[in-house]
Design a protein around this ligand. Structure first.
Ligand SMILES: NC(=O)c1ccc[n+]([C@@H]2O[C@H](COP(=O)([O-])OP(=O)(O)OC[C@H]3O[C@@H](n4cnc5c(N)ncnc54)[C@H](O)[C@@H]3O)[C@@H](O)[C@H]2O)c1
Length: 262
């Protein structure tokens, strides 16, 4: 018996090759039935097949977190099929690497529609069912950019800071209904999509990552998607029954490291 046996968990963007994969796999390994909500159907099929091959429970729904009607339909379907919703992981997200003054209004609106408005809408649709159950765990994936950022990431940082604030607000308001809400903020994760991004500007992806680990982290290893997944599974479980409103960095010590040789 896993810690999440009998629980129904939605993971938005759960087909993503990096963190989405890590979260979906680890929730299923802990016993949850994972419902992957994805824009990308082949990606969703792939992670469900992997979970089922390991003996876990998974299904998927095609959904777009930037569209309210899509979210309402998706959450309604999960409740209709399973009769409950125990865990909501808002992982789906997009990035924007652009100086704040150079971004267009369209780029801002697109980023906000997925990274912040989408998180809020999924919470808004899931909370009434969690209130009926008098229980539920919401885990929102932000980023280390919620508190410290770098050039070109100002708008992404704004969205992720918004996610952390929203999560605290949900925790404060709905704790009385047995609902917990926490933020998980990953640092640089060793994922195929990050490799692709780094390959666009660095001659050696491995060399760039090794240098990042040495200069920016306290721990000397790359963060794996499963590291994020295991933290999410803990927060989803009753082992974290008295933890709410927290923002937990899975960043190998990026936030606490100042640059310097000593
Ligand atoms: N990769 C990192 O190093 C890193 C670090 C910190 C935070 N994050 C955050 O972690 C989350 C996952 O990031 P990732 O890098 O693994 O991303 P990813 O692009 O690999 O996966 C995201 C998934 O979300 C899906 N998706 C995108 N828009 C969607 C929408 N509108 N509706 C439904 N699904 C949608 C995509 O199809 C994709 O499968 C994001 O919120 C991201 O901001 C990532």
């Amino acid at each position: 018996m896993g810690r999440l046996t009998g629980k129904i968990a939605i993971v938005t963007g759960g087909g993503g090759l990096g963190i989405g994969h890590g979260i979906s796999l680890e929730l299923a390994r802990d016993g949850a039935h994972v419902v992957v909500v994805e824009l990308d159907v082949p990606a969703a099929e792939k992670i469900c097949a992997r979970i089922q091959a390991e003996g876990g429970k998974a299904s998927f729904l095609q959904g777009d977190v930037s569209r309210a009607e899509s979210i309402r339909a998706m959450i309604g379907k999960v409740i209709e099929e399973h009769g409950r919703l125990d865990v909501l992981v808002n992982n789906a997200g997009i990035g924007l690497i652009r100086p704040p003054a150079d971004a267009s209004e369209e780029e801002f609106d697109r980023l906000m529609s997925v990274d912040l408005r989408g998180v809020w809408l999924c919470c808004k649709c899931a909370i009434p069912q969690m209130q009926r159950q008098n229980s539920g765990s919401i885990i929102n994936i932000a980023s280390v950019h919620s508190r410290a950022t770098m050039r070109n990431y100002g708008l992404y940082a704004a969205m992720k800071a918004g996610v952390a604030g929203l999560t605290r607000g949900i925790a404060a308001h709905y704790g009385k209904d047995g609902i917990r809400a926490n933020t998980v903020s990953p640092g640089l994760v060793d994922s195929p999509q990050n490799h692709e991004i780094i390959a666009q500007f660095a001659p050696s992806v491995e060399g760039w990552m090794r240098n990042f680990v040495e200069q920016a982290q306290a721990l000397p290893w790359l963060i794996q998607p499963q590291d994020v997944g295991r933290t999410v599974a803990f927060l989803a479980s009753d082992d974290a029954r008295s933890i709410t409103g927290a923002e937990i960095p899975v960043d190998a010590g990026t936030w606490i490291r100042l640059p310097g040789e000593n």
